[in-house]
Design a protein around this ligand. Sequence first.
Ligand code: SIN
Length: 481
Amino acid sequence: MKNYKELIYDQSHVNGQWVSGGSGTFKVVNPADGTEVATVHDADVALVEQAIQAAAVAFGPWKALAAKERSVIMYRWYDLLISHKEALATIMTLECGKPLVESRGEVDYAASFIQWFAEEAKRVYGDVIPGFTADRRVLVVKQPIGVVGVITPWNFPLAMITRKLGPALAVGCTAVVRPSEETPLSALAMVALAEQAGFPKGVINVVVGTQAAATGKLLCESPLVSKISFTGSTRVGQILSSQSAFMLKKLSLELGGNAPFIVFEDADINAAVRGAIAGKFRFSGQTCVCVNRILVHEKIYDQFAERFVQAVSELKVGNGMEPGVNFGPLINKKAMDRMELLVSDALAKGGELLFGGKKQDNYFFLPTVIGNAQANMDFAREEIFGPIAPLFKFKTDEEAIQMANDTIYGLASYFYTQDLTRTWKVSEALEYGIVGVNEGLISSESVPFGGVKYSGKGREGSKYGIDDYTEIKYVCMGNIN
Ligand code: SIN
C-alpha cells in the first residue's frame, strides 16, 4: 500500500510513460493555507497530440478484448482505488481544500463508477429485430465509439473522471483525460493505480497543464477523437460544442445549474433544514447540483429561516485536514471575491444578511444566509458555486413552480412535502434532469445524472450511462430462404 507522498506525480502519463511536455512547470497550491503542494510539468499541445495518437493505437486491441477481460482489469483498479482511499483523499484535500471526510466519500464515489461499469461491461446487449421481409434477418449491435476526450473540473478531482472513464473503458473506448490544472495530482495518482491494475499502455492517458483552451480545441478538432465528455461551466461547454460541430462529434456535457429547493407549507421542517444544509454546503457549495435558491412557503418562512441559520452556525469551518471540519475554503481568490460581490449586490437590493457574508484568511468565505431574496438579485439567475444560501418566499404551488423553472438551467431541483399528489404534480412540472423529493443528496453511480436546457446533454452513471459511449450498428442479413 502506498502512502500519499508515494502517489504524488509531477508529469503527464502518456502511452504508459511519465512525460514532461515542453511548457515549463506550474504550482499546485493548497487553498486552505496557500502552501505549495507540488510543482508539476506543464504539458504542451504536442504532448496532447501524442496522447491522442497513443489512445488511437490502443483502441483496436482494447476493444478486441472480451468484455469480461476488460471487466477484470477494471475490478482490479476499483480494488486499488479503495485500498488507497486514505492516500487519495489526502491528496484531494491538499489540492482542492475539500474536507477530508468528503474527500474519503469522493474516493468511494469515484471507485463506485469503475465497479458499476465493470459490471455493465458484460451487459452491453444488442437486439434481434424481426426481419422486415421473409428472407431478411436483422441484428443490432452496440460498438465502442472510439477515442474519448475527457475534460474535467477541480470540484470532483477523481469522481468526474471515473464517471466518464467507467463507461468508456467498459465498452472498449480509450481516453485522453485533461483534468483541471487546479487538481492534477488526484488524476495522476489515479492513473498510476490504473497502470498497476494492468490497463495496457495508451488506454488511459492523462495530460496535465495550464493550456486548457488549446487542449480542448485540439481534442474537439482532432479526427482521431470521436467523442468529448466534459463537466464544467456552460460557457466552456458551448465553446467545446461549437469546436466539435464541424466533425459532428458526439458530446456529453454536464454543465452549470441553478438548483431550486422548495419547502412547501406541509414539509417536515427539520428534514428540510437537514436536506438544505447537505444540498447547499457540500464542498462549500462548489458542486453543480448544490442548492442555489431556497424557496420557502410564507407561512413557515420564519420558522425555517431560524432553524436553518442555527444549523448553518454549527458548521465547522477550517482546514479540511483538521478533524471535525466539514466546511473548507473555496478553490481560489477569484471564487472568494465573487461571493463578496454576490452578497453586496443582494444587500444593495434589500436582502437581509442572516449569517456570515464575510471573507476570511486564504480562500475562506463564511457560510452565508441571505433573507428576503428577490428575483432581481444576481444569484437568482447565476450559478452561485459557493456557500451563499438565499431564502425566497412564495405563496402558492404555482408560484413556487414558476419561480423554480425561471432559469436557463435544468440540472438538479429539490422539494419537501408530505403530500402525495403534490409530490407527483411538482416532480412532473419541474424542468430539470434530476428531482430530489424530501432528499438533498441525490448522487450515486446507479442513477442517470444530467441536465436539460443550458445544463447540458447526455446522462452519466446507471444503465443509461453506457449509451453515450457506444454507436448502434444495425446488420441486415438477406437472402435467407
Ligand atoms: C458536479 O458538481 O459536477 C457533480 C456533482 C455530483 O456528482 O454529485
